[in-house]
Design a protein. Structure first.
Length: 367
């Protein structure tokens, strides 16, 4: 039988891509969505109205222009970007991860990251043709500095990722272990990317270390996103680091990668940063209570400390508990099959007080 044009055209697509599964978002219609670490709070009505008027006045018939520079400057001031650094924008952190890989995609180049960790580190490496090595965390999800140093010495990665805090474990690793990893990567000429996606909920930032020891961090980039700031629907991430490094990576960024709508919404949010800071503070307070309540539940085997807007816990049967909660209209993330260290684990988003109460009731009934 003669192959159709579609079938023959499919042969032009890389075999590894055809073997992959597309990234899927769990269906959440009719469910309390507690699986994706989204900010549960919307804008106050007055700010909704003001933002709507501002976005409605934009020249959507024009490509993004000088306002992109204004946004870069505003983010640099908001973050307190160190002297000698530059900042580039991405369509969320995912694009920035892909751009760093693309810029470093020389033959034989490697990416290294602790596991379990954010899936996009490995996925971006594969799609850009880099090798990927995962280094297991300790059984209690701490960074294994000895194993990281050994892996860096063996694989000499072009890029080493450190999520600070880590997803899905919500742990903020010991600074000494992180420094050992940074030094090891630097000693063999590699780049380190510190991923601070969950910084609004963490007790400290690596940016302070970069300010204090700029020479030691001459190979370190720091990445953040506005998703956990409260703007998951506005796809905007940013990357800071030594200007020479950032300028090279910026060369592979597509033009106009941040739309005028996204950029203006981000500027508006930064002008009202106090509102989002108050929301983050409320979530941090709620997290403390949620962790205590989870630890008091009979049937919950372990709850890890959290420095993010998520909590990782272990239960006797993660699949059964996940389905039970879903049947009770609460959607969480079953991470138990993502990595052997995550056996029996669920990841819960920290929500509003009402959301947390509903989630706890569903969990208790599903254990």
């Amino acid at each position: 039988m003669t192959a159709t044009l579609t079938e023959t055209a499919l042969n032009r697509i890389r075999a590894d891509v055809r073997a992959m599964h597309a990234y899927t978002v769990q269906a959440a219609d009719g469910l309390l969505k507690m699986d994706a670490m989204e900010n549960p709070f919307g804008l106050p009505p007055a700010l909704q109205s003001a933002l709507g008027q501002r976005l409605g006045a934009l020249a959507l018939n024009r490509y993004p222009g000088p306002r992109t520079e204004v946004l870069r400057d505003a983010l640099a001031r908001h973050a307190g970007m160190p002297e000698g650094c530059a900042l580039m924008l991405g369509n969320g952190s995912d694009e920035l991860i892909s751009l760093v890989a693309l810029a470093c995609a020389r033959p034989g180049a490697q990416v290294l990251a602790p596991l379990p960790g954010f899936v996009m580190y490995g996925m971006s490496a594969q799609l850009q043709g880099l090798g990927f090595t995962g280094v297991a965390l300790t059984p209690d999800f701490e960074l294994d500095a000895v194993a990281m140093e050994a892996a860096i010495a063996e694989h000499r990665p072009a890029i080493t990722y450190i999520a600070y805090p880590n997803n899905p474990t919500a742990t903020l690793w010991d600074d000494t272990a992180v420094l050992r990893t940074i030094d090891a990567a630097g000693a063999q000429g590699g780049i380190v990317v510190i991923d601070e996606a969950y910084q609004p909920f963490a007790s400290r930032t690596w940016l302070d270390r970069m300010r204090a020891e700029p020479a030691r961090h001459g190979h370190v980039l720091l990445m953040r996103t506005l998703s956990k700031f409260g703007l998951a629907g506005v796809r905007l991430g940013y990357l800071m680091g030594p200007a020479a490094l950032v300028h090279e990576i910026d060369k592979v960024r597509p033009p106009y990668n941040v739309s005028v709508l996204n950029g203006e919404a981000a500027l508006f949010a930064l002008e009202h940063a106090d509102v989002f800071a108050a929301q983050a503070a409320e979530l941090r307070t709620g997290r403390h209570l949620l962790v205590a309540q989870l630890r008091a539940l009979p049937g919950v085997l372990k709850v890890w400390d959290s420095e993010a807007n998520m909590v990782l816990l272990r239960v006797p049967d993660a699949a059964r508990t996940f389905e039970g909660m879903k049947n009770r209209k609460v959607l969480v993330k079953n991470v138990s099959t993502m990595h052997p260290l995550l056996a029996g684990c669920l990841r819960l988003t920290v929500g509003s007080a009402a959301d947390n109460a509903q989630m706890l009731a569903a969990l208790q009934a599903s254990l």
